[in-house]
Each structure stands twice: as C-alpha cells, then as structure tokens.
Ligand binder design. Structure first.
Ligand code: ZN
Length: 302
C-alpha cells in the first residue's frame, strides 16, 4: 500500500540512546537535549527509564529529569518501566505516558527482567492498568520481536499472540522492537502487517536499531506495512558500552529526511534537528553516526 500521509516520531535518544552510551551526560544537558528536540517539533519524547540504578547507572537521575522537563503544549513525555516498582516511581513524576515492556522469549526475559516471557507480559498489562488508574497514557513494547539474542529466530505467531493479549489491557498502541538490530525489511513488512491487522484499530509503533545497517530500510518497510509511529534517536545515539559493534537506534534526522522527501509528513523541522545533533555531538565529545547531519541538507535550505 502507499505510505501514510503522516507518521508520528517518538524520539528515544534521551532514554534508549543515553542509557547505552559510555559517556556520562549531566542531568542539565539531558534536559537541554530534550528541550532542543521538542523545539524541533517532535511531540513524543522518551526521556528516562525507571530501572534499578545499580544495573543502569545512566538512568539514575530519572526522577530529576522527569521533574525538570520543559513542559510545552502538545509535547508528551514518556517514562519507560519494567515492573510495578518502576511504574510507581514514574507515576510520582509529571510524565504524561508510561512505556511498559514485555519480552518475546524466556531466555531474553529472564536475563533482561528476571521473568519468563508470559510473566513479563502479565506485568506489562498490570503497568498499563496502574497508569490508566492514575489518568496517564500507557503503551506496551514487545522487545525482541524480530529476534532473540539467545534463542535466535522468534516465531511471528508468538509476537501476534502477545500483541493481542497486550491489547486487552487498553494501551494506546503496541510497539514492535528490534531490540538487538537483526530485523530485515521483508520480515518487518510481514510482521507489522500481521500485528496491525490483529490489533486494529489499535496502532502499531516500530523501533529499530541500525546494528546491521538495515535500520532505515526497516523503518520504510514498517511505514508501508501500516505502522503509524516510528522510534528514532537523535544522531543515532546509543549502542552498548560493553558490546563493540552494537549500534544505536535509527538516527532521527535520517528518518525525517527519508520520510519527508517521500511525501510523508512528520511535523519535524529537519534543520533544527540537525543543529541539535551537531550541538549534542560536542556535548558527548564524539561524532554521532547519523548520516544526514554529516552530509548536510538536500535540497539546500532556501
Ligand atoms: Zn531499543
């Protein structure tokens, strides 16, 4: 089918990106980063994860960030949580939306959150109920939807069944996450369209890492298959300080360039986004992988 007239972008750099960068970024720089991203026109931003700070030290200031956000009309700030304790913490801040996570396989779920896959799904559904009771939006992400770092291939039937079960909790959307960056476009096309049909009218969101250079192609495949929302991180922030070669999310500037030049509106000002990426590369002290920022605009800005 032809692409949608518009696609919503969720910026995940301040969370997924910085959680996995070796550099320590100060709370005030995180808040400045979030402000610049919002000023470029991105309306949903994942700003922190409420996880055990001894396991994820880069997110130890989650409350400080969430309590100091530049609140602006129409900008939705998201906190990621893995369990009820994280949900309690996130719901004690002014965040608008809670992101819950379940995991496709027992091996990955056990190592990631100390649960079986089914338990992670049950917890995610309870987190959505907690958020709804508190009057907040909530969504569920299915991690490892395109492959598991331990078990390899993940059956599409399993992902569809998890999405249908997750939808019963009343989230605003279901996200399919290629947590380890193994997805390829044909797989994305098939899985996104199956899940979209299974949970309609609930929308599908897609989350890709560029570990194997298929990230941007996967975004396009997801858009053509009916995903309504796409995650990206400024400059392609992310990766893993402990795993050489692990890559960050698809770079937001690259995604915006591809979509806008393809006639898909995003509401994002690419020039301001490139400026934000250039500024943040200086803050973090290294070049970021985003290619549009390095290449410059085309056509040149008038
Ligand atoms: Zn991710």
């Amino acid at each position: 089918m032809p692409p949608a007239a518009s696609i919503e972008i969720v910026e995940v750099g301040p969370r997924d990106g910085l959680q996995n960068e070796a550099a320590v970024v100060s709370t005030s720089d995180k808040i400045a980063l979030i402000g610049r991203i919002a000023a470029a026109g991105i309306k949903r931003i994942e700003v922190a994860s409420f996880v055990n700070p001894s396991r994820v030290p880069r997110m130890a200031d989650a409350e400080e960030v969430a309590n100091a956000l530049p609140m602006q009309d129409g900008v939705i700030y998201i906190g990621l949580v893995l369990n009820e304790r994280g949900a309690d913490r996130a719901l004690a801040t002014p965040l608008h939306e809670i992101g819950a996570v379940c995991v496709t396989t027992d091996s990955f779920a056990t190592r990631n959150q100390g649960q079986t896959s089914d338990e992670s799904l049950a917890v995610a559904k309870r987190v959505v109920a907690m958020a709804s009771a508190a009057g907040r939006r909530a969504q569920i992400t299915i991690a490892g939807a395109f492959g598991c770092p331990y078990d390899g291939e993940v059956s599409a039937d399993r992902v569809v069944a998890m999405a249908q079960s997750a939808a019963e909790a009343g989230p605003i959307e279901i996200a399919l996450a290629d947590t380890i960056g193994v997805a390829v476009p044909r797989q994305v096309e098939l899985l996104v369209s199956r899940v979209a049909q299974a949970i309609a009218p609930l929308p599908v969101r897609a989350h890709f890492h560029n570990t194997r250079n298929t990230g941007i192609a996967n975004v396009w495949a997801a858009v053509l298959a009916g995903a309504r929302t796409v995650d990206a991180s400024l400059g392609g922030l992310g990766g893993c300080p402990f795993a050489p070669g692990a890559a960050g999310n698809v770079p937001t500037e690259d995604v915006i360039y591809m979509l806008e030049r393809s006639g898909v509106a995003t509401g994002v000002d690419l020039g301001r986004l490139i400026e934000a990426a250039e500024w943040f590369a200086q803050i973090i002290g290294k070049p970021l992988p985003g290619m549009v920022t390095r290449a410059g605009r085309f056509p040149r800005a008038a």
